[in-house]
Design a protein around this ligand. Sequence first.
Ligand code: ACM
Ligand code: ZN
Length: 768
Amino acid sequence: MHKILSFLFVLTGITGLAQSSAGLALIPLPKEVIRKEGIFTIDPNTQIRVADGAQVLQPVADYLAAYLYRAAGLELQVSGEGSKTNEIEFSLDAAISGAEAYRLEVGPERIRIRAKAGAGAFYAVQTLLQLLQGEREGDTPRPIEVPAVQITDAPRFEYRGMHLDVARHFFPVSFIKRYIDLLAMHKFNRFHWHLTEDQGWRIEIKKYPRLQEVAAWRKETLIGHYSDQPHQFDGKRYGGYYTQDEVREVVRYAAERFITVVPEIELPGHSLAALSAYPELACTAGPFEAATKWGIFEDVFCPKEETFTFLENVLTEVIELFPSEYIHIGGDECPKTRWESCAHCQALIKKEGLKDEHELQSYFIRRIERFINSKGRQIIGWDEILEGGLAPNATVMSWRGIKGGIAAAKEGHKVIMTPTSHCYLDYYQSDAEGEPLAIGGFLPLEKVYNYEPIPDELTAEEARFILGAQGNVWTEYMPTEAQVEYMAFPRALAIAELTWTPREQKNYADFTARLVRHFDRLDAKNLNYSRALFQVKAETRPAAPGSAAVVFSSLDPKAEIRYTTDGSAPGPGSPLYTAPVSLSAPTLLKSAAFQGASRKSSVLSLQFEPHLVTGKPVVLADPPSPNYSLGGPQALVNGFIGSDTRYGDSEWLGWAGKDMEALIDLGARVPVSQVQTRFFNGPGQWIYLPRAMEVAVSNDGKKFKPAGKFTNFPEQSRDKTFAAAVSFKKNTKVRYLRVTVRRHGIIAPGKQGAGHEAWLFVDEVRVK
Ligand code: ACM
Ligand code: ZN
């Protein structure tokens, strides 16, 4: 018995080592890593040898040589012959399955890289570079040690993407190359370049010079957040564009790194900048100007022949510049208001026998698809292209959740997953104080990491249509390169791993252990990544009635967590956290991680306001969306108040298309005078205030009596949150409370998210 157990233990131990990171800081985690004895030393005499397949392998070998020269001053000879010891050997192996797969063997005598194609060899090199110990760009020549290892690797998904919006803010070619280098380092193979928007047109089109002269520029830019009122502007002309030479340079640079650049030309919506240059392409006469603030604009391309001619000419130049199989044509967020009152649009609807403006959008997309297909390319569109019927060959980028992706896959269309809930890297990544202004939301690293691109709703057959996933970086609130880096990293690395690593091998704790060491590599590149990982984490637990306990933790084993309960910022002299902090009175609890006298994280604040039902049992008729239920049902009554700006934290619960009904058991009949709660208001994220909050009371939990109702919700509000209360008659004694919140329902035309169910977000239900 004992023998069998220990035998099993040994087996599991070996498998565990083989399948996990084996103590190496590799991101994304390869399929199989086996650590071996010894090291290989790259020194000035090491030779890089391309044994065969020089045509495809030579450029990769040269890339490695160039890196080693830059990073360690080592000028290695690259040749077809050699001594077969002290060498890095590249060879083709037709037996390896898949162009992106590879084998990398590091032994004391040599390093061997085997692949079927250049891509696999390139990924082997990226893995090798992550094995190098302690090189720094610009160092003087010196040997580099590589631990002995045997790695067999291949990606899980064929589409592994990162996006960048260069329209809301513009970034020079030097930064685009840096971004591409960072993607290549983590084995991404697609760069989705979002080139056109309401706020600016960023690609030179020779046939239409006014796109450069006019559409590439906006008069000024919004200061602060869109929801800050009144709007203020900086008064500075802003813009820029990439010349076709620059575009070719970027495409070539990316191709050398096995990254395909997928250009996006937005149509029919998000096209205001183009209309500012060519107003005749709109439904109304104009004049138009490029948008100076964010959002959705009603002036869009009018589906007239002139517009199709323009777009086909634009796309002809785009297709010549970009070898990508896929051309992204946008298709998202196109208001139909202008089309509804445009004589041409209405006549076209009649003539084509279309049902409505959604079908007119599909007509628009289908015509563009036909054109792009005629050039041997395929379209990708945001999931709105499903609405009036999909174009026959379209690939869908599912962003408004995963429903669009599921529907498209079930129709046999290819899908790329980019749901806002897990892939929008413009959302906040930390709930700490002092985060730079972001669009909203809350998407911590762990939530990105745990995203699974294949929805449970799909059969194995349908799941094959999910090509992969992508992180999106919209730059409304990222005016600088440093800020793009901050928002994109390290969350992009979670996207890298979830698209590359086999699902069974993903493990967040292992990922973060590797990441903490990988940060040294990112430091060597002076990358401005977020340190939110080192943030103190707080978990709240119910304690005695009316009180709570807070458990703090940090991923950093060296961190000392210190906290205060008087609202002051924690310092090196503040109490050291050693055991759960008990709270029973209103408290502003602040915490941060320290190492000696220096603070290593930003400050985390938790506001505790106990009330009559704090910690009492609560049952929800419908669970919140799994994407917005971090704190579980108890979050409604745990005494902790949600963030004023971030609805996705563990205190807010979110529902889509459902009312909230919460049943709270007070344990005994007690006098109650008021029920109060707070709702989030974020039209940009389709979060709208509810219609009504109803409170009913009961003594047996079965028969309920209405006790009051609040319906005075504003139709529009500039505030991010709205508090509503229901007050009771004096001396109402209650055992059970039922709080029902009637959702907003379908969003009205003309509003953000029109036609869709609004989200409902509810904070603490406070009872007095
Ligand atoms: C999008 O975020 N409008 C695709
Ligand atoms: Zn029109």
